[in-house]
Write a protein that binds this ligand. Structure first.
Ligand SMILES: C[S@@+](CC[C@H](N)C(=O)[O-])C[C@H]1O[C@@H](n2cnc3c(N)ncnc32)[C@H](O)[C@@H]1O
Length: 225
């Protein structure tokens, strides 16, 4: 296994980057995510009435899709550490007419402001890979803490295991290590399934897809063991 490149900057710096670039992210990145997000939500097979929490909700596209899936009487909670992302998510919920269903919190994935065993489903998309390795373990531990014992977790991420020689993985490593300032975005492929298993999840499904034909993304569905 190749070592995971670790950021020299703190998560607070990464959050500040997303806070500043929230509008650009919303315009340019989110259109690329639509297909993989839809597939992830299909694999999660959310049932009406389930209580769903999304961590690192960004500008709120998944929250709107989730609201549709849980049905009109259920609340979804989205959490993000960047105020501008949370603001965009709130405005999106209003525009889409689902704001009565969506509660958005400003908070930290490393210490979630929720009680234990409250969620049937936890969703985290393109966010776990922003953390240093020890913090990733903390975030996954928090996701496990808030999930009910029979709950399920969906992680959408860039999986490194089995893809170390992938050109895209190598390109990310090059960006991370060689391009000054890149690590402020935080993203790089990670050992996601290993992190989940070490935190006490059983990964029951993995699906590898591509965004825009070249950007490999893995959808992992896991349950607390
Ligand atoms: C790459 S964006 C993904 C946003 C959204 N999930 C999506 O797929 O469009 C990563 C998000 O994680 C958020 N984030 C980073 N560190 C965080 C932390 N410690 N707690 C909560 N959110 C965090 C950022 O503010 C940003 O909105």
């Amino acid at each position: 296994m190749t070592p995971l490149p670790e950021p020299d900057v703190s998560n607070e710096t990464v959050v500040e980057t997303y806070n500043r670039l929230a509008a650009l992210y919303d315009w340019f990145i989110t259109p690329l995510q639509a297909g993989t997000r839809q597939r992830a939500l299909d694999l999660l097979a959310i049932e009406r009435g389930e209580h769903v929490v999304e961590v690192g909700c960004g500008p709120g596209h998944a929250l709107v899709a989730l609201a549709d899936r849980v049905g009109p009487d259920e609340d979804i909670v989205g959490l993000d550490a960047a105020a501008n992302m949370a603001g965009r998510a709130r405005r999106r919920a209003v525009r889409e007419g689902v704001n009565h269903q969506i509660e958005i919190c400003l908070g930290d994935a490393r210490s979630l402001p929720f009680r234990e065993n409250v969620a049937d489903v936890a969703f985290i998309e393109d966010t776990l890979e922003l953390f240093a390795e020890d913090e990733m373990t903390t975030v996954v531990g928090e996701l496990k803490r808030i999930l009910r014992p029979d709950g399920r977790l969906c992680v959408v991420t860039m999986e490194r295991a089995g893809a170390e020689d992938d050109l895209f993985v190598r390109a990310y490593d090059w960006l991370f290590e060689r391009v000054p300032g890149y690590e402020r975005f935080g993203c790089r492929p990670i050992y996601a399934s290993r992190t989940l298993e070490e935190a006490g999840f059983e990964v029951e499904r993995r699906e590898r897809l591509h965004r825009a034909w070249v950007w490999p993304v893995e959808i992992l569905i896991a349950r607390p063991m």
